[in-house]
Every structure is written in C-alpha cells, then in structure tokens.
Design a binder for this molecule. Sequence first.
Ligand code: SF4
Length: 173
Amino acid sequence: METLRQEFDFQTLRTNGIKVNYLYVCERKLWFFDRGIQMESKSDKVLMGKLLSEYSYPAEEKRELLIDNLINIDIVGDDQIREVKYSNRLAHADRIQLLYYLYYLKQIGIEKKGIINYPKMRKREEITLTPEAEREVEEALVRVREIVSMEKPPELKKKPYCTKCAYFEFCWS
Ligand code: SF4
C-alpha cells in the first residue's frame, strides 16, 4: 500500500467520475464506455435520475459544478457536496464515485463532506473521505487505467443487473 502511495500520480491517473463508478458496477461496462460506446443517455433510468436531481429539492439553492470536464457534482453547498441517485441498487458504486469527487476536490484545496440522496426511497448516506478511503480511491484510479488500457474488453461475467444494463445486447446477443 505504501508503495502505491509513493508512486501515485493524480495528474496522470485522474479520470471521469462515471468511469470510477463503472469500475465498481462492471469492468466490461467501463471498457465499453471508455471506447465511446455510450448508450446510457438513452436509458430511462438515467433520464429519471436527471429529473430527480433537478426537481427533488426545489427549496434548496443548487449549484452544479463541472471540474476539468471530468467530474460533475449535482449540488454544491457551503460545507458539503451531494449526489442525487435514482435508486440505491448500486450503492457501492455511488459511494466510490462520491469519494472520488471528495478526493478530487481535496487535490485542488477544497475539503467538504459528501451526501448521497436517494429521494425516491427517502434515504441519504453520508460519505467521509478518510485516509483509508483515499487509498481506496487511488487503487480505483490505478485499476481504471488498467482496464481502459486493455486491448479487448474484460471477460464476460454475468451480473444480477445485466438485463437492466444499456450494454446488454453487446454482451449477451
Ligand atoms: S451487460 Fe452485464 S457484463 Fe455486459 S456491460 Fe452490462 S453489466 Fe457488464
């Protein structure tokens, strides 16, 4: 772990927040997305997520923040950032994505807490960038680089959510 810390180069390994999310969803999905095979914009669930993000918190002052064309934070408050998600089915991927955002902000001198809102389920999860979480983000960024550098997509493995995945036809037809 210490070796990774010493060799870690954020400027080289920083990447799109969605890729960090997809690493935890499916490495193959990450590879497709990186190759420009992007089908999620047609997905009803992504559209629902966008609508929830826009209309779930009407009383709250919202500021979206896009940094370096890599991370796009739903809501930026004084001491916290928030992501709004359609469901918590992929909560582990939502968590690493928000940890990455917190990590990215820290690299540019901004420290905040993170909150993931699941308005449809009336749930929220608080996310803190601990030293252990920072190491997890760094390992994720190294792994993202490894996956997208592969010449062929990672081996096909059935996931419980494959039938709901935008890349289902690429994998299983
Ligand atoms: S269909 Fe399944 S294996 Fe294929 S990219 Fe989606 S989640 Fe991954």
